[in-house]
Design a protein around this ligand. Sequence first.
Ligand SMILES: *[C@@H]1O[C@H](CO)[C@@H](O)[C@H](O)[C@H]1NC(C)=O
Ligand SMILES: *[C@@H]1O[C@H](CO)[C@@H](O)[C@H](O)[C@H]1NC(C)=O
Length: 511
Amino acid sequence: MSWLSASLVLAFLFQQSWSDKSFEHLFSEDVSNISFPDNFIWGYASAAYQVEGGWDADGKSESIWDYDAHNHPDWFPEGQNGDVACDAYHKTDVDIDLLVYQGVKAYRFSISWPRVLPTGLVDNINEAGIAYYKDLITKLRANNIEPIVTMHHWDHPRILEEQGGFLNESLIVPAFVDYATLLWERFGDDVKWWTTFNEPKQTCGGGYDYGGISPQVRLSGVGGYICGHNVLKAHAKAYRVYDQKFRATQNGKVSMVIDTSWHEPASDSAEDIEASERQNLFHYGWFADPIVFGDYPEVMRQRVDERSRLQNLPASRLPYFTDEEKEELKGSYDYLAINMYTTDLAKWKDDDPIGDPSMSDDVSVTTYQPDDWEKTVTDWFKVVPWGARHLVRWIANRYGDGKGIIVTENGYHDNGNNLEDLDTRGRYHKLYLSNLNDAMYKDGVNLIGYIAWSLMNDVEWYAGWLVNLGHYHVDFYSPERTRTPKQSSVYYKKVVTTNCLVDVCEPAPRK
Ligand SMILES: *[C@@H]1O[C@H](CO)[C@@H](O)[C@H](O)[C@H]1NC(C)=O
Ligand SMILES: *[C@@H]1O[C@H](CO)[C@@H](O)[C@H](O)[C@H]1NC(C)=O
């Protein structure tokens, strides 16, 4: 067979298998009318850099994001950074009122590491920063809203980055453990839900490997794994400190928030099913396997070791844990957390050639979203509600759901300015929640909470406020940063106060 005819046959085969699975029947507008359980945790989420502002208020130092905003202003839309953001630092009472009005049971927010520890280290505690969070937590509690606190949502102190940040184990691991310990000492009596890290795949992949988020260190195929290794060690050591010093008296729950898109096999072929599994393991499993089972997924270990060997490297680009570290990691979670937005199809492909290392070559899977899937304003983000059900089902099957699973982020991208967003953002939450409801009642997944991203428009990192997900609009051009409800907030309020997605629901089945 000539090269040309071979590639024609190949192209034909590709087309064949692309069309041999139909997804149409999965895109249903039917909405479940079974109530969520009474104790379901409904909430809103946010992150310090995106809402607080007050970037240098009362002794706070620069985070890596402040540093980017001040030294690389061209990385943000003009003037759209976190210096003031939603000014949440000065608007605790306003935002508590909104949360109370919305009827949510939980508020997920992050603590800014440089606000409480300007040097990054516990030798210099900023009591004004501690007082800000103490006030927020006290007021949430007074209103029966459960704080769910993230310790690291991407914004570590710049001063730590100058010494290597997450690539420097001897710096970042002890610094994080000390920081976590301080937060438990100061807030642990009032906070029962903790997450050490938010989306370490982004912190490490985007931050230290392929770029896209601060600090944009580009060490392709190397930096991400080193960072991830240090994040996992810091998490496990902090978790064991909680076990030893705080759990008996504080009785809280600690986990790590991991994000992934769902990767559905592009066809029913064994190859595509394997590709989908591999892609899911390199994304969710990269962090979930270590905290649940104590080590990286086997397929990740094999592939990165093998490709490193073929690159004539002296050691694997994916570092190894010692037996002691595996023990610390294994079971270092009290619930599973997932941030989810969209779904890709995963298609088998031949291994990428051995060249300059990259994480995507290590996986060697083709992912794509068909053109006819519903778009949002963001390239990678199509509306795929059934993917939510498949994803939590996969997590429950692989890791077990006995400790419960919480969707810690889910929300809809647009330009943020449309107040009449019932048919876009409102519908997005309704359809995703309906699929999650099916996962609970049809598949038996122990889903215990859903935290929408987000209460209000915010600073979407390098996108400024050009892209947004809030249920409230924020006037970023007014010193008041006025919050105005969108229709999605009305629908979400109805859902969280009735546990029902439609007008009338059947009661939740008894467990
Ligand atoms: C890593 O951190 C250690 C401990 O703080 C420090 O002594 C060292 O200089 C750092 N390494 C780099 C490359 O900055
Ligand atoms: C819920 O939906 C089912 C199936 O469509 C229907 O039979 C039932 O009457 C509905 N329940 C309520 C309370 O509307």
